[in-house]
Design a protein. Structure first.
Length: 302
């Protein structure tokens, strides 16, 4: 697929192309903006364009629609989902809330619009610690990611946390033994890891942070060699923009198959009208109003 044809169509259609850092490098490079999921949703909200082509997974495109209900938001590959987002449902939230009536329900943005609608506030991996500290509640129901929740909890020991057994399948199954082996292979490298990893892995890291925080750490630090403990697209991006530094992916299994489903052809199809109805993100007005509240509260506190 010719990228120049996509760029020409994008201009004609007054479209904005957003690409998550876990997308393949060709999509990151053709996007108007590459970034973390919620940062891209804010880009969509603030953009002049009324057609948003969100190259990511479904919950991300939904978040963009929640913040920009009057814009057309498209997910180029309608089959791109998120297993962690699927682990948490509105019923699970309601059950946990009933069992812990004094707790605030904090929901990772990696969740469906229906789940967000049942929660008190949303967080990202970069602002979760700051936001949880600001909440008045002394008890926190944190869903769905137990690893991110455990990372947050260590910085807020004065609060009680209730977790569910949710996790990112790509990050969660990385082991401390794999991390130690990589550190032994590259003893001079700094180890940067995502908080969606198991606590036994984050404990070995030189830096723990969100995708964008990891990229910023690697770009601005003076070190010349890094082990990247998050999805392969991050290492691919860093190698492209910083050929003077070395970047080693922690393990070849750090590839999200859902993030890799989107192709340049999918983007082209969105711009030419050759798409499925499922590619258009449609949410009922009542759901938008309800699910938008925890997102807006996050923006207020974050």
């Amino acid at each position: 697929m010719d990228k120049h044809e996509i760029l020409k169509l994008k201009k004609e259609k007054n479209a904005l192309i957003l690409g998550h850092y876990y997308q393949t490098l060709d999509i990151q490079l053709i996007a108007d903006f590459a970034g973390d999921s919620f940062d891209l949703s804010k880009r969509a909200k603030n953009a002049e364009e009324n057609l948003i082509i969100f190259c990511g997974v479904k919950f991300m495109a939904e978040s963009a629609k929640l913040l920009s209900p009057h814009k057309q938001v498209m997910l180029p590959n309608a089959d791109a989902g998120c297993p962690m987002a699927d682990m948490i449902t509105p019923d699970i939230v309601r059950t946990m809330r009933a069992a812990n009536p004094n707790a605030a329900v904090v929901c990772y943005v990696n969740s469906s619009a229906e789940t967000k609608a049942e929660c008190d506030i949303c967080v990202t991996s970069s602002n979760a610690v700051n936001i949880v500290k600001k909440l008045d509640a002394r008890e926190i129901i944190f869903v769905p990611d137990k690893n991110l929740g455990a990372w947050v909890a260590q910085f807020v020991p004065e609060k009680k946390f209730i977790f569910m057994d949710g996790y990112c399948p790509i990050h969660h199954f990385i082991t401390a033994d794999e991390a130690r082996a990589k550190l032994s292979e590259y003893p001079k490298a700094k180890f940067a890891v995502h908080p969606e990893c198991d606590p036994s892995v984050t404990a070995l890291a030189d830096f723990v942070g969100s995708t964008s925080q990891i990229i910023n750490y690697c770009e601005t630090s003076d070190f010349g060699e890094y082990i990247i403990g998050t999805e392969y697209g991050v290492a691919e991006r860093l190698r492209h923009y910083h050929p003077d530094k070395k970047f080693h992916i922690l393990t070849p299994s750090l590839v999200c198959p859902n993030m890799k489903k989107t192709s340049m052809q999918d983007i082209y199809n969105c711009l030419t009208g050759n798409y499925r109805p499922e590619n258009i993100i449609e949410l009922p007005a009542e759901l938008i109003n309800k699910a938008n509240k925890p997102l807006e509260r996050m923006l207020e506190l974050g």
